[in-house]
Design a protein around this ligand. Structure first.
Ligand SMILES: Nc1ncnc2c1ncn2[C@@H]1O[C@H](COP(=O)(O)OP(=O)(O)OP(=O)(O)O)[C@@H](O)[C@H]1O
Length: 150
């Protein structure tokens, strides 16, 4: 199996992906995700789940949601998640666009010695949904229902 040494997907490939629903999810370079989130700036954060921080990624036309997973996630779990996301295609499920699995060596001190440690970054990219979190709507409805009963 021949593999590209580095993913060369560009911002315009990502835009094409966003507007063409027949395109299959591909690997994205970390540098592109850093570029569209302004270096994973806090100002771009749109939410936080149990295992990830979610950033808004800005394209020339359109937006995406970039989910940066915590680095305790095992590679096998990430792989399983990507496989599942690639199989789900439904109008009621947010569209999965691309993924990024980046590993870089970094010299770190361990027990008084320098060792080369693997620094892993795992990210998922989805279409951006502008109406906020579903839990606000559900909580709102439940609160209203409880008030009505009382
Ligand atoms: N595609 C998206 N478009 C816009 N906002 C999003 C998108 N995905 C996630 N978010 C925002 O980020 C928040 C966290 O999302 P995330 O999917 O990480 O967590 P979750 O589903 O709430 O929890 P879990 O960690 O159990 O998956 C959401 O509540 C939402 O506000």
């Amino acid at each position: 199996m021949q593999m590209d040494f580095l993913s060369s997907t560009t911002k315009s490939d990502l835009e094409r992906m966003l507007f063409d629903e027949t395109e299959q999810p591909k690997a994205l370079p970390l540098s592109l995700l850093a570029e569209i989130t302004n270096g994973f700036s806090d100002k771009q954060i749109i939410g936080q789940g149990g295992f990830a921080v979610v950033y808004q990624g800005m394209l020339n036309c359109g937006k995406v949601a970039v989910k940066r997973l915590c680095n305790t996630l095992m590679h096998e779990e990430f792989q399983r998640e990507v496989v599942c996301l690639m199989m789900v295609k439904h109008k009621n499920v947010v569209r999965f666009l691309e993924y990024c699995a980046d590993t870089q060596g970094s010299m770190e001190r361990y027990n008084g010695k320098f060792v080369m440690a693997d620094v892993q970054q795992r990210l998922l990219c989805f279409e951006y949904l502008p109406k906020g979190s579903l839990d606000k709507y559900i909580t709102g409805r439940i609160m209203w229902h409880v008030k009505f009963i009382l």
